[in-house]
Design a protein around this ligand. Structure first.
Ligand code: F6R
Length: 364
């Protein structure tokens, strides 16, 4: 049942902290604080590259994974949505990694992409929530997201569980490839293990998120902005808003705004920005100043460290706990999903069963 929550989506949003914790517990040895992988039928050290594919939210998790795999593990990554990848003819070196991500393990396009990669000699590693699924049976290795059943059609908790797995996989590959010292591994593991508590604190921001929702619910179009690993978080926010509130939303890499979408900006198109402190903070901040100068209404998710810089600029600032750049996208996902939920409530849509959508897309 819904355990007293109004919708499964609300219940599942509140499961983020537990799900992150459970997923990490499977992959991190608490005694040594080191990532442990199951026995693999291939060697992580000798992978020439990875091809990552998935659909929808799972694809956005994969995009965050790309930032990690490239920057932390030094692994070359190609990534595409499964419905495109399956019809592309990318030249693949045998012995590469085919990395699939799916909550259900039954998505037709992702399954077809898996089969295509297997036929081209890729090692198949799937990050799956349903461990008894078609994709599980056809994979060399399954890394489980320990999210429990996800009932709401719009995916929520599966996403942070997927990120938890991808973070651990990145650490394991980085160690195998020698790009990650033991000391650095311990730092990253510590940052990951800190996430469930920090995630719990996100719910303290409910009131500010509801204020944002009141602005967004009046809009016809909403622009989501982010840079680096926050860009896929913006994409996830925009998708979730479209799905459950039926409001048009588009995510842009903040630096691309001036190459087109800036012409959309006026006071009727709210801008939802995801902007944690760190390397890309100043760059994104100047993009937001450009938007503000054109009358844009800024609704910003940042952290306690970034918040003071935004108070005069943005209409509403949600300050999450400050965490590392590595783990920030995991934490920042929770409030963008919460925002979509709150807007859907205001719009009175069928939150758990949005029109035209199915939980598992088993047709092409
Ligand atoms: C978004 C959503 C969909 C799924 C996509 C992939 O809220 O639910 O975009 O993420 O259909 O589904 P799985 O992960 O089952 O392959």
């Amino acid at each position: 049942g819904k355990d007293g929550y109004r919708h499964y989506m609300e219940k599942e949003l509140h499961e983020h902290p537990v799900v992150i914790g459970q997923t990490l517990q499977r992959l991190i040895d608490p005694a040594t604080r080191r990532v442990m992988m199951p026995d693999l039928p291939f060697d992580l050290a000798s992978l020439p590259r990875a091809v990552v594919t998935a659909c929808g939210s799972a694809f956005y998790a994969g995009l965050v994974g790309r930032y990690w795999l490239e920057a932390v593990a030094g692994l070359p990554v190609d990534i595409d949505v499964a419905s495109e990848l399956r019809y592309r003819d990318p030249p693949l070196t045998a012995g590469g990694l085919g990395l699939l991500i799916s909550q259900s393990g039954e998505t037709a396009d992702t399954l077809a992409a898996l089969r295509g990669m297997r036929a081209r000699g890729q090692h198949i590693l799937s990050v799956l929530n349903v461990e008894q699924s078609t994709m599980a049976r056809e994979s060399d290795v399954v890394l489980g997201t320990v999210a429990g059943p996800e009932i709401s059609v719009a995916s929520t908790k599966a996403f942070t569980a997927q990120l938890s797995v991808l973070a651990c996989l990145t650490i394991a590959i980085g160690r195998a490839r020698g790009t990650l010292s033991e000391a650095r591994e311990q730092e990253l593991v510590t940052e990951l293990l800190d996430l469930p508590s920090r995630a719990n604190e996100v719910f303290d921001q409910g009131q500010a998120i509801r204020e944002m929702a009141a602005v967004v619910a009046q809009a016809r179009d909403v622009l989501y902005l982010g840079r680096g690993s926050s860009f896929p978080v913006a994409m996830e926010g925009a998708l979730k808003l479209k799905e459950v509130s039926y409001i048009h939303a588009e995510a842009y890499a903040a630096g691309e705004m001036k190459h087109g979408p800036i012409s959309l900006i006026d006071n009727t198109v709210p801008i939802v920005a995801t902007l944690p402190s760190g390397r890309l903070f100043e760059k994104t901040l100047s993009n937001l100043q450009e938007a503000r100068a054109r009358g844009g209404r800024l609704l910003v998710f940042t952290d306690t460290k970034g918040a003071p810089r935004l108070r005069d600029l943005a209409e509403i600032v949600v300050a999450l706990p400050t965490v590392s750049e590595f783990t920030a996208p995991v934490l920042q996902t929770i409030p963008v999903q919460m925002l979509a939920y709150e807007v859907a409530l205001l719009k009175g849509t069928d939150v758990d069963q949005p029109r035209n959508l199915a939980k598992s897309v088993t047709v092409e």
